[in-house]
Design a protein around this ligand. Structure first.
Ligand SMILES: [Zn+2]
Length: 290
């Protein structure tokens, strides 16, 4: 049902409720700048109780600005030509950013699957940034439903680079009013409720609130051709046509990635996640818990 017009678009993937608070604490520990400024947080929480889960949703999931060097593994053992091709497109971000994805068979941090079932695991998706650290080691963090060597080059650009953007910590943050206006609110609430378990309020916040109101972390500008431009399946648009979004990393994306993970900062000092990063300091934890 996501295959209207034979185009699959990215379905936002969010952590299950019971992991949200701990994952936010990990994100802040890995990069303290993930904590939103207090005035933005107050603005976002206005009129609602500041529960730990609501606060956690406002925390960004970026890796340290020193760079992102992550290992990648494949859960369904594709042939080496396909593995290489996927890695090549993931590393397209390295043109301007201190980003490096390296294949490994041992305990990979990014785990790629090509599932077409069950519905909540199928399609194209990735968890965002440091969220991948909260996923069980035998579970995928990024899905490329049905990708093969026969998949067109255009789809490798549109999909693999977009999902890799999520893995780098970039959400769908270039959402514009004219896109939101194309969405059927009722269908969207039903769809994301069924596929993501989101409440109506969450769907309104994540999908139905245009950028001007939703842009809490202050991106520089809205770029409708961004590779991270929101993608929407045809099943929830008023017209039945999917919103495909950007087709490739554009110059603004490249500049943005280069500013978040600058190449000049530290050669050889890029992040390597160590087990102690995942331990929960009791003080932080209790701050975030009820
Ligand atoms: Zn996406």
């Amino acid at each position: 049902m996501r295959k209207t017009q034979n185009v699959i678009v990215c379905t936002p993937k969010s952590l299950p409720d019971h992991k949200i608070v701990d994952a936010a604490a990990v994100a802040v520990r890995i990069n303290p700048a993930n904590q939103p400024a207090s005035h933005l947080m107050a603005q976002a929480l206005a009129g609602a109780p500041p529960t730990p889960a609501r606060i956690a949703l406002l925390v960004a999931k970026r890796w340290p600005s020193a760079g992102v060097h992550l290992t990648v593994g494949f859960l369904d053992n594709p042939a080496s030509d396909l593995r290489k091709r996927i890695l090549l497109h993931m590393n397209a971000w390295a043109k301007t950013a201190n980003v490096k994805f390296t294949e490994t068979k041992t305990d990979p941090q990014v785990r790629i699957s090509r599932l077409d079932a069950p519905p909540e695991m199928s399609g194209y998706w990735s968890y965002v940034g440091t969220e991948i650290l909260s996923i069980e080691k035998d579970q995928p963090t990024l899905n490329l439903e049905g990708f093969t060597m026969q998949t067109s080059e255009g789809e490798f650009h549109r999909v693999v680079r977009h999902e890799t953007g999520h893995t780098l910590g970039f959400p769908h943050e270039h959402m514009r009013k004219e896109l939101v206006n194309l969405i059927d609110a009722k269908k969207a609430i039903a769809y994301f409720g069924a596929t993501q378990g989101w409440s109506e309020a969450e769907v309104r916040q994540q999908v139905l609130t245009p950028l001007e109101e939703a842009s809490l972390l202050g991106t520089a500008h809205a770029d409708p051709r961004s590779i991270m431009c929101y993608q929407i399946p045809g099943t929830i648009t008023k017209s039945g046509q999917p919103i495909i979004g950007g087709l490739d990393i554009d110059k603004f994306d490249f500049a943005f990635a280069g500013s978040v993970y600058p190449k000049s900062v530290a050669k050889g000092a890029a992040l390597r996640v160590r087990p102690h990063d995942l331990k929960r300091p009791t003080s932080k934890k209790s701050n975030l818990r009820k």
